[in-house]
Design a protein around this ligand. Structure first.
Ligand code: F6P
Length: 320
């Protein structure tokens, strides 16, 4: 009997998810598997919203942002009844393996589904890069570069008006996007959850830089800190410098994936199929020092990731 791989994307979409779907589909078919695309993540699985994919179904998606399989955050799947319904859908479609593309929430879903007896392989796909077991998540590089381009544009107008820009970037609770784009765009300061901050110190830093001739400023605020409008008001009131807040928002989640995201997605997708083919059960694929590795789902969920404090200190040392 032909073995079957289901694929789903869950949680926030990320550029490069399509490239991963393409890779899993084609690598799976090449190894003799039937490949089933499951729409709208675990919710679609519960509802049996799925279709068999052939190699042409994944043509011309490698360069596209978003996910051709759609995505969802399913409340129903968080219940045992939902998980049992998902297992029934797998049985009805003959799916023994599901490749689950997404972040931590997706892996918790994969763990629940695995407890119902379905083999689940997780692929890291989120712009936040906040999955502990991996150095890198699909979509992160694209989001960094999108935020970078947007901030460069804000800088043009901030410079022309001699203003301060407070720019809020995504990342859920993590400051990885914030500190990287902060360093890459020459920010005055980056405010993240991971490092305690003091708005009076930031104002004092701006005023001392102004005294040496600096005319415009950029403060990057991580989504987890939030309150970018209040921060902008505080800065304006305490420095006298005209300050505007911009929340970059969902623009960071869309767009064509970068070369790095496409290449990583292709590698990880293929690796996931090789894992299934080797008989591995319930693993998460991760990137460690540019090598692909895999961990048990429970082990992966228990890991913690360090914030790059060195990068933040480097930004401090260069923001003069
Ligand atoms: O995980 C990706 C992400 O864009 C986070 O940066 C953000 O906190 C969250 O998703 C937003 O989720 P939603 O699409 O539910 O608004």
């Amino acid at each position: 009997m032909t073995k079957t791989i289901g694929i789903l994307t869950s949680g926030g979409d990320a550029p490069g998810m399509n490239a991963a779907i393409r890779s899993v589909t084609r690598a799976g078919i090449a190894k003799g598997y039937r490949v089933i695309g499951i729409r709208r993540g675990y919710q679609g699985l519960i509802e049996g919203d799925m279709f068999e994919m052939n190699v042409r179904d994944v043509s011309d998606i490698v360069q596209r942002g978003g996910t051709m399989l759609f995505t969802a955050r399913s409340k129903e799947f968080m219940t045992l009844e939902g998980q049992q319904a998902a297992k029934r859908s797998c049985d009805n479609a003959g799916i023994e393996n599901v490749v689950c593309i997404g972040g931590d929430g997706t892996y918790r879903g994969a763990l629940d589904l695995s407890k119902q007896g379905v083999n689940c392989i997780g692929i890291p796909g989120t712009i936040d890069n906040d999955i502990s077991c991996t150095d890198y998540t699909i979509g992160y590089d694209t989001a960094l570069n999108t935020a970078l381009v947007m901030i460069d544009r804000i800088k043009d107008t901030e410079m022309s008006h001699s203003r301060c820009s407070v720019v809020e970037v995504m990342g859920r609770r993590a400051g990885h996007i914030a500190v990287n784009v902060g360093l890459a765009t020459g920010a005055t300061e980056v405010v993240t959850v991971e490092r305690p901050y003091n708005l009076d110190d930031i104002c004092a830093k701006m005023l001392s830089q102004k005294a040496t001739g600096k005319t415009h400023f950029e403060i990057i605020v991580a989504e987890g800190v939030g309150h970018s409008s209040e921060i902008a008001t505080y800065i304006q009131e305490h420095t006298g410098i005209d300050t505007r807040a911009t929340v970059l928002g969902y623009v960071q989640r869309g767009g064509a994936p970068t070369c790095l995201d496409r290449v990583i997605a292709a590698r990880i997708g293929c690796y996931a199929v090789e894992l299934i083919d080797s008989g591995a059960k319930n693993r998460i694929v991760a990137v460690k020092n540019n090598k692909l590795v895999d961990y048990d789902i429970v082990e992966a969920l228990a890991m913690t990731k360090n914030y790059d404090e060195h990068l933040h200190r480097l930004l401090d040392s260069l923001s003069l």
